[in-house]
Design a protein around this ligand. Sequence first.
Ligand code: NAD
Length: 369
Amino acid sequence: MVVQTGYGVKSAQILVLPGDGIGAEIMPHAVRVMRKVTEGVIDLHVDEADAGGISIDKHGVPLTPETLRAAQEADAVLLGAVGGPKWDDLPVEQKPEKGLLGLRSGLDAYANLRPAILFEPLAAASTLQPQFVSNLDMLIVRELTGGIYFGEPRGVHVEGNVRRGVNTYVYDETEIQRISRTAFELARKRSHKLCSVDKANVLEVTQLWRDVVNEVHADYQDVELTHLLVDNAAMQLVREPKQFDVIVTGNMFGDILSDVAAMLTGSLGMLPSASLNSDNRGIYEPVHGTAPDIAGKNLANPLATILSVAMMLRYGLDAGEQADRIEQAVDKVLASGYRTGDIMPSTPDDSIQQVGTDAMTDAVLQELG
Ligand code: NAD
C-alpha cells in the first residue's frame, strides 16, 4: 500500500522484473532514475524477481507463484521485457510470454494505457509532417482482458470438407463499465475530453459498448464525450491526431489503433505503457520486446523504460510532479542532441551525438540534478 507518513514522504513497495535481453540490460538504469527522482519524496522499497526466459532457466516456469504473489502485494510492478530465441521452440504454454499473460490476468490488469507523446526534438522522426504531430500528447485506453481475443467459442473446425474459423466478440456490461470509468477518470486528470471508439453501426456488441459508455457518462458530466466508428478513428488518427486527448476502446480495436498512434511518435524505443486493475495497481513496461539483435551491446534505448517509470509515478504512486520531472528531463536530453541508434536521424546532423544505453541514462540523471 502507498503510505503517506507524518513527514509527507510516501512509502511504496515496487517489484522489479527485469526479464530478458535488453529488458534486463536497461532495468538497472531505469531503477537509478526511479531512485533519483523520488529521493526525499517517496521511500521506495524495491524487490527484484525473475520473469520470462530467465525464470524458465532458473525455476522451470516463466512465472512462479511466489513472483505472482509478490506482484499482487506490490504497489506497482516495473517490467523490462521477456522472451528470446533461446525459448522460441518451447510449446506455447511454456513460453516466456505466458508469464506475462499470467501476470496480467493474476493482477486483473484490464486497462492498458498507451500514451503517444511526441517529444519535440524527434518531430522529424514521425512519418507525418511535423505540424501535424508537434506537441502531440494523447492516451489510448484499451480494454485488455476481454473482447474477441478471449471470447468463446473459438477455433478452426472442419465441417464436411470445409475448414471454418470462429472467434467470438463478446463483452458484458460490467467489463464495459469498468474500462469506461477508468477512461473517464483519466480524462478528468487531463483535458476532460474522451472519445469512445466502436463499430456500433455493424456489431451489436459495440452497440452495447456505446450504450454503456453513455450511461457511465452520467457520472462524469464534466468530461466531453464523443463517439467514433473505428474506421473513421483510424483515418482521423493519421489525418489530424491532435484532435484527440483520451481514446477508450475494446481489445482488438485498441491493439491496432495504439500501434498507429505509436508510429506517429517515431520509435519503439520511446514508448511506455501501463496495465492497471480497478485499484490502480498494475504493471508498467516499455512497449518494445527484448531486441535480441542488439542485446548486451549497450545500444538499447532506455527511454521507453524510463518513461514507464514516469507513468508508474503518475498513475500508480500519485506522484505526478516526479513524473513530469522525468518527462522534462527526457525532453531536454533529446533537445541537447543525445540519441541512441534507433532514433538517429537518417541524414547527417552535427548537432546530434549517438550514445549508448549508459550515456543516455547518465544524461537523464544529470538533467534531474
Ligand atoms: P522487439 O521490440 O524486441 O524488437 C524489434 C526491433 O526494434 C529490433 O530491431 C530491435 O533492435 C528494435 N528495438 C526494440 N526496442 C529497442 C530499444 N529500446 N532500443 C533500440 N532498438 C530497439 O520485437 P521482436 O524482435 O519482434 O521480439 C524480440 C523478442 O521480444 C521476442 O522473443 C518477442 O516475443 C519478445 N517480445 C516481448 C515483449 C514483452 O515482453 N512485452 C513485447 C514484444 C516482443
